[in-house]
Design a protein around this ligand. Structure first.
Ligand SMILES: [Fe+2]
Length: 240
């Protein structure tokens, strides 16, 4: 079972050390990387069930709001599929998401941006992919925010994602951006990604077909994994 997962493609992902993204200087490794074999328990458990989710876990407009209240901001639906590299759906994947509020402020004790907190917006949620690999959640569009990096650097509007596979060793983290946002291409973090095609894959498409009239815009964001080696995957065609 050792080495059942593909190694990261380091031409597609940003290098660890990118000095224009200042905190990468201290966080990046100084020594050659070691490859550690995975163990059976890392590859086989735990498996998430739908029963761990609460009814509002994928509704950021209401999951932190007081009774009858809703978060302030542009209402959006974010949806998509988790797919492996052969375009097959990955069911049963725990998808977690967190974001700033509509003003660009996080609900976090270390947050220092002056934008106001929304008392009815927490900023995080989760979903588990269905048999077709689909996930969906409702939220408000996050605002851009400034951050201490260069003299005047701003993050484009974005939502953070974590995807768990079928074991804790299979956790991936990424960020989603919004189609048409000119801030994307000015972001020092986005600029660490060497291939413009890789950046495009992080930009959710505005999907007019999935909008709800007089309610919400919709953005589609598919998450494509590199997949497992076929010997492991072929034994489990449904991925679980
Ligand atoms: Fe962020």
């Amino acid at each position: 079972m050792n080495n059942s997962y593909f190694q990261r493609d380091r031409d597609w992902h940003p290098p660890a050390l990118t000095p224009t993204y200042k905190t990468s200087v201290l966080r990046s490794p100084r020594h050659a990387l070691l490859s550690l074999p995975t163990t059976l328990s890392e590859e086989t458990g735990p498996v998430f069930g739908h029963d761990i989710l609460g009814p509002l876990d994928n509704d950021l407009i209401r999951n932190f709001a007081k009774d009858g209240a809703e978060a302030i901001g542009q209402r959006i639906i974010v949806y998509g599929r988790v797919l492996d590299e052969t375009n097959r759906p990955v069911p049963g994947a725990l998808v977690e998401f967190w974001q700033a509020n509509a003003g660009g402020r996080y609900r976090h004790k270390k947050e220092s941006y002056l934008a106001a907190l929304d008392p009815n917006f927490g900023g995080c949620g989760r979903a588990i992919t269905d048999a077709e690999g689909r996930y969906e959640f409702r939220t408000v569009k996050p605002g851009a925010y400034p951050w201490p990096n260069g003299v005047n650097d701003w993050r484009p509007a974005h939502i953070h994602f974590s995807v768990f596979g079928h074991a804790f060793a299979q956790r991936l983290i990424t960020q989603m951006y919004f189609e048409g946002d000119p801030m994307i291409w000015q972001c020092p973090i986005v600029k660490t990604i060497p291939d413009p095609a890789a950046i495009d894959r992080l930009v959710a498409a505005l999907d007019r077909n999935a909008t709800i009239p007089m309610d919400s815009l919709a953005y589609k964001f598919d998450i494509v994994l590199r997949g497992r080696r076929s010997t492991l995957f072929e034994n489990r065609l449904e991925g679980n």
